[in-house]
Design a binder for this molecule. Structure first.
Ligand code: HAM
Length: 416
């Protein structure tokens, strides 16, 4: 028997209320902060991702679903969506609109990872990108929108971690300091970190392997190497976050797993757990649009993982509003009544009333048992007598009280 591919899942009807809840809260936050929805293709030219996410990242090195199509083009299922949004911004001349252009998405993401709780090969992200302004007030606003989104979901016990990793002017100085520092620890580092030391030293900072922890303890801090512009930017951001009453922790080891970040980086984590369970993250990517062929265009954004949000909603026992379902179960006794019921179901649905009609020729008792199992509060019953009288029986399924109603008054009664 076929099964869903490893690391993917079906979202069954009983899970859908969680998804609609999260999506609705996301859309509400976006409306309040002025973000408009964008949907990009599921796959893009592979080069878009290697260029923007970075050749030396785990995502590009180990996790991309890349294939050649029948015409020989190399394509990749999106392993994140920021690059696609930037590509669309350039392709459609969105720099001609008033800046910043604020876009949001709710979309599937594909990464070939080792599946475990909260880590999948296909997951879904809600994310926002604000492109075209470098004001630290925009950083604060984006972080605030992320935080308010989690608050609107009723999620509690979250922490906001913040760092600045500088720009292309000051980062090289910091990388040199990192390399010099880690050179003393080369024998102790894990195999991946030995490679990172040569190719992507920033990533040394978020290695979780025990062998790399002693070295990480007194590692140089990026904020001590910021150029005056980045330093001012970071200080202003902290001031704005204070004005907005957003509690944050500076995490000197927060560097994020994608190479396009500049200056501000941040993550939202459940207080009790480690980075495995990060609920969302983002930061500035001031050089990315230029890297992709545009004019220098500063930008900032974030993304959150919907599966992880739902895991936390369940863990915190947060009750989710149910989705609307059909209101009336339509039961019938006899062939003629079944014909009438078929016409009546169509008539009620035309009036916007959700109906499930009994199928087959089961006894009335069996039909009502089914209505009960499906959780209906009301059933409408038609039999021979009702057809003769031009009436129907309306049954309250919780109290079993029944009343007879003229057929032409049924919509009115049900809507009431
Ligand atoms: P990211 O940190 O790679 O950032 O992913 C964002 C969120 O997606 C994570 O915080 C996590 O909740 C969720 N996530 C990531 N990988 C998985 C997985 N394998 N299974 C389940 N959930 C996962 C980005 O993708 C950036 N594009 C965010 C961004 C937007 N930066 C600027 N703008």
């Amino acid at each position: 028997m076929y099964r869903a591919p490893r690391g993917t899942s079906d979202i069954l009807p009983k899970e859908q209320p969680y998804w609609r809840y999260v999506e609705r809260k996301a859309a509400d936050v976006c409306q309040i902060y002025g973000y408009e929805r964008i949907d990009a293709p599921t796959f893009e030219d592979t080069g878009l991702f290697t260029r923007s996410v970075g050749e030396e990242t785990d995502i590009v090195n180990k996790e991309m679903y890349t294939f050649e199509d029948r015409s020989g083009s190399r394509l990749t299922l999106r392993p994140e969506n920021t690059a696609s949004v930037c590509r669309a911004y350039l392709e459609h001349g969105l720099h001609n609109l008033p800046q910043p252009v604020k876009l949001y998405y709710i979309t599937s993401i594909f990464r070939y990872e080792r599946p475990q709780a909260g880590r999948y090969r296909q997951h879904h992200q809600f994310g926002c990108e604000a492109i075209g302004d470098d004001d630290p007030a925009l950083d604060a606003e984006v972080i605030e929108a992320t935080w308010r989104f989690f608050e609107s979901l009723d999620l509690r016990h979250l922490s906001l971690q913040l760092n600045s990793i500088g720009c292309k002017k000051c980062r090289p100085g910091y990388l040199t300091a990192l390399k010099d520092y880690y050179a003393k620890y080369t024998d102790e580092l894990c195999r991946d970190c030995k490679t990172r030391l040569k190719r992507n030293p920033l990533r040394l900072l978020d290695c979780k392997k025990p062998s790399c922890q002693p070295a990480a303890n007194s590692v140089p801090r990026s904020i001590d190497y910021l150029c005056p512009e980045c330093d001012t930017h970071f200080n202003r951001l902290k001031k704005y976050l204070g004005l907005l009453d957003l509690p944050f922790t500076i995490n000197h080891r927060l560097v994020r797993g994608l190479d396009y970040y500049t200056r501000t980086v941040f993550e939202i984590q459940p207080e009790a757990e480690g980075a495995q369970s990060t609920l969302g993250g983002g930061g500035r990517f001031d050089d990315l649009i230029e890297e992709l062929g545009g004019k220098p265009t500063p930008a900032i954004g974030f993304a959150t993982g919907i599966e992880r949000i739902i895991l936390n909603l369940k863990k915190q026992d947060i009750s989710i509003p149910p989705l609307p379902s059909p209101q009336v179960f339509l039961a019938h006794i006899g062939e003629e009544a079944k014909d009438e019921a078929t016409k009546l179901a169509a008539r009620l649905r035309q009036a916007g009333i959700g109906v499930i009609e009994a199928l087959g020729n089961k006894s009335l008792k069996a039909q009502l048992r089914q209505a009960n199992k499906l959780g209906f509060e009301h059933a409408v019953i038609i039999g021979e007598q009702e057809i003769k009288d031009g009436t129907v029986i309306l049954r309250d399924m919780t109290t079993s009280v029944q009343k007879t109603i003229p057929l032409d008054k049924l919509e009115e009664e049900l809507l009431r």
